[in-house]
Design a protein around this ligand. Sequence first.
Ligand code: ADP
Ligand code: MG
Length: 210
Amino acid sequence: MTTNTTLLPALIATLQKTINDNVEEVTELDRAIGDGDHVVNLQRGLEALAKISDELAKLEWSPALMKIGMTLMSTMGGASGSLFGTLFVSMAKAAKSKDFDSSTFPDIFMAGVESVKQRGKADIGEKTMLDTLIPVANSLFADKANNVEINQQLDNVVAEAIKGMESTKDLIATKGRASFLGERSKGHIDAGARTSQLMICAIVDVLTQQ
Ligand code: ADP
Ligand code: MG
């Protein structure tokens, strides 16, 4: 499967729609164990991306990913702004002078997720976006090594994203605002894990319709 940055305007519009369709739910999630602003932060970042999406579509993948990361960092705010920004900036660095396709993407995505881990000083099991991102990165990595067919890889990505997001419900938060609640953070899905899963599933939808 080959992708091109001309896909970005439609992809960004799809992400905006997905997040807008889930505003209330995500607001409730962040209100329960955070301060309720996660979805607004993300909407602000996606709106900024929509404004430059025609420009992004003219770039190669690495500079496009870099511009996405820098834009998210400078517009989103919140812990998630710097973390999602870091994800894309590091993917941009990993994508430099490489083809960008289904054979290189697992490494590129893994590099991005590793940077989020470092930036957030967090790992799997801490009730954050990483509980969605890490299983997805691992799944892509393993499937590539095992020569799993691309549509199966995408199905596995969706399954892992949902499973990872759901896993946050019973976890105790040890990072971010939710960690202030300790035991009381249990019983709620993490907002960043949910938005990460929603966006990953929306991207897979676009890719499988191609
Ligand atoms: P803030 O917490 O500053 O209000 P947001 O509400 O935009 O920022 O984002 C909160 C989300 O960020 C959480 O739901 C969680 O997924 C993620 N998050 C917070 N801290 C960390 C961290 N140290 N590592 C990874 N993800 C984190
Ligand atoms: Mg918040």
